[in-house]
Unconditional design. Structure first.
Length: 319
């Protein structure tokens, strides 16, 4: 091989490595800006390296693209990277109707969409699939088009920025009007177990299926800020329930993604008003103390003395 040929090979190799590193940095940036550490990510268009990097960061990635040859290529790359269908799923389809249940997706990423693509992908469809508080990240080949598209739809523009892979715009889905939380054992501090939610109506449909499919007894669920918190007691009727006994499990309330779990103390009494869920903090009695956990991660934020007169069950959900 001549000197010129060797130099060309080295230059091409360096260019590929630089592009790969830039895309890895883009995935990290998208995750940081969206705040989505775990959950369902939809990638529109077969942006191979970006999709694989997002999956490598712990997200379940579903790629939706109109070109069969690009999807086949992505599947081969995912297999080579050791990312099976439990981490990356790639399918062929059109942008005018995305294959997701309402409010299922945590993060939507679209890179290099054309004007024709943005015309097919309606803002109403993006709002339909994104969960409340979910993010959509667009890097468009058409300058300014995603911003105009978002403004016409009334979608919040969180930020815009540029990186090595191009210009990006961050959109966020607003909360659902009429949605209600279930912050206490009996719904609220007044112990009146009646929800004021005006969105969930018949006919009822299954939103997701997620493990564990079987749990022990007793069990208490609270919900706030789009998350559910399941506390499972000490009784199992079958071997299949053993691993979930005496466990506190936090999930994404829209797609069932497990956010975190924590073992309850041995002999913990679940069937009582021992928990309060808020959008930011989860409160739980622990012996003579009250633990305040980060609702997003489960990390301990603070330990405070627990009042003995039952005050915890009457604390407002904003506490």
């Amino acid at each position: 091989m001549s000197y010129r040929s060797s130099a060309l090979v080295i230059a091409v190799f360096c260019l590929v490595v630089c592009c790969r590193l830039a895309m890895a940095g883009t995935a990290d940036s998208l995750i940081e800006k969206s705040g989505v550490q775990r959950g369902v990510c939809s990638v529109l268009g077969a942006s191979h390296d970006l999709a694989l990097d997002l999956a490598g960061n712990g997200l379940l990635v579903h790629v939706w693209d109109s070109a069969p040859e690009r999807i086949e290529s992505l599947r081969e790359k995912a297999d080579a990277a050791g990312l099976g269908i439990e981490r990356v799923v790639a399918e062929v389809g059109r942008l005018d109707r995305l294959p997701y249940a309402d409010h299922l997706v945590d993060l939507l990423v679209a890179r290099g969409l054309t004007l024709e693509d943005l015309t097919a992908l309606s803002s109403a469809e993006v709002l339909r699939i994104l969960r409340p508080g979910g993010s959509a990240m667009f890097s468009s080949a058409v300058s300014g088009q995603p911003g105009k598209w978002a403004a016409e739809a009334g979608i919040e523009i969180v930020s815009t920025w540029k990186d090595a892979s191009g210009s990006w715009i961050h959109l966020r889905r607003p909360p659902l009007e009429g949605a209600d939380d279930w912050s206490h054992w009996e719904k609220a501090p007044d112990n009146n177990p009646v929800s004021t939610d005006s969105l969930i109506k018949a006919p009822y449909r299954t939103q997701f299926l997620a493990e564990p499919y079987y749990i022990g007894m007793p069990a208490v669920t609270t919900a706030a800020g789009g998350r559910t918190f399941l506390a499972v007691g000490h009784i199992a009727h079958h071997r299949r329930e053993w691993n979930i006994l005496q466990t506190l499990l936090a999930r994404n309330g829209y797609n069932g993604t497990e956010l975190w779990r924590r073992k309850l103390p041995e002999g913990y009494l679940v069937h009582r008003s021992a928990f309060i869920a808020t959008p930011d903090t989860f409160h739980m009695i622990d012996g003579d103390s009250c633990l305040l956990l980060d609702a997003r991660t489960g990390c301990l934020l603070y330990t405070s003395p627990s009042p003995r007169d039952g005050l915890l069950s009457r604390m407002p959900s904003s506490a």
